[in-house]
Design a protein around this ligand. Structure first.
Ligand code: AKB
Length: 353
């Protein structure tokens, strides 16, 4: 990573208490940084491969340009910041990762390893536990066929962990790395003081739909793409069959879940990795809702068999009872509210502005 001081909004300050957000320019990064700012955080340092978007800068103490795979990252950050929390959002998504699986592994796993090492070194340096919030994904699951998917119902955290995509493999590997850093890091080292320097907390997210941004490089993208194309008056050919079903949540619920897990009492957390669900419409149901809101929408189906197979390997629903019990996960939006109260009105407002 090359932290470029020229893109730093407030370079030069040293070892201030810091919340680090990687992948700041992504759609999740935008939503989370805004929510953290609104919750009163004035300690945000945002990192992205590209110069951070102008609208993020007023909400961040610093914005940095750099690559998480550069292992010098740890040393540079260690010298400059006292990091208390890391939201590690940077990743290459599932479709994009299949075009260059080795590069995806480098970014998704190598980058996470660097950040975990940073967290462990930071904890050792300032003597406080560093919280590490990590978004995993339903891509960590790999259900063998549609019959098994129909029978599986709400899939629990320990089931079907044989992902078929490089992204899913990477997410599962990172879940294990996080657990290792939290519970077993350097377990045989003579100078090891105790485990627990890294407080790893992870959510397996379903597909996420935002009213303000369209994702790129994912395989759950068919639902947000369909909606945003209709709002923009553009035709859309959906790449999965109308009966295809996976869970989704809205961006505000995704952001709120991450914040809620970050704020949870450690003693209440019985797992490192939590499922969260939302609503599970089929692609056909999404198309119907979109047509209801935008009667001129031109939505057709043009199945891409390879991407279809990926979505078919993901559960139709997940068991999120542990998240509900341990840290009070409670999404604001069910299917009706998601479209009627959040997605359609905000998309319309943006289009009219
Ligand atoms: C993707 O489609 O790759 C992501 C995900 C389900 O994690 N949106």
């Amino acid at each position: 990573m090359s932290v470029d001081p020229s893109t730093s909004t407030e370079a030069g300050r040293s070892r201030q208490s810091t919340t680090l957000v990687t992948g700041a320019n992504g759609e999740f990064g935008h939503g989370l940084i805004r929510a953290l700012w609104e919750a009163g955080h004035r300690d945000i340092v945002a990192l992205d491969l590209r110069e951070c978007d102008a609208e993020l800068r007023p909400m961040c103490r610093e914005t940095l340009t750099g690559d998480i795979v550069d292992d010098k990252l740890v040393d540079r950050f260690l010298a400059s910041y006292e990091i208390t929390t890391i939201f590690h959002l940077a990743a290459l998504l599932s479709t994009r990762s299949e075009f260059n699986p080795e590069a995806a592994h480098q970014v998704n796993v190598g980058g996470t390893l660097n950040l975990l090492r940073l967290a462990a070194n930071q904890a050792a340096s300032h003597g406080e536990v560093v919280k590490f919030l990590f978004p995993s994904s339903i891509a960590a699951y790999g259900i063998p066929d549609l019959e098994a998917k129909a029978k599986a119902g709400r899939v629990g955290e320990g089931e079907f962990l044989e992902p078929t995509t490089m992204y899913g493999v990477n997410k599962l590997e990172c879940e294990h790395l996080g657990r290792y850093y939290m519970q077993h890091y350097r377990q045989l080292a003579k100078d090891r003081t105790s485990a627990g320097g890294v407080d790893f907390r992870c959510i397996r997210f379903p597909g996420v739909i935002s009213a303000f941004t369209v994702p790129t490089g994912g395989t759950s993208d068919f639902a947000p793409e369909m909606l945003h194309a209709a709002a923009a008056g553009k035709p859309y050919a959906c790449f999965v069959r109308p009966d295809t079903t996976i869970p989704f949540i809205t961006m505000p619920d995704a952001v709120q879940a991450l914040q809620r897990l970050a704020a949870a009492d450690r003693s209440k957390l019985t797992r490192c990795v939590y499922n969260i669900g939302g609503f599970s419409p089929s692609a056909g149901e999404v198309a119907d809702i979109v047509r209801g809101a935008f009667p001129d929408a031109e939505i057709s189906t043009q199945v891409d068999e390879a991407r279809q197979a990926i979505v078919d390997s993901w559960p139709a629903d997940v068991d999120d009872s542990a998240a509900v019990r341990d840290w009070g996960y409670r999404p604001m939006h069910d299917l009706d509210k998601a479209f009627a109260e959040y997605l359609i009105p905000n998309i319309r407002r943006t289009a009219e502005a």
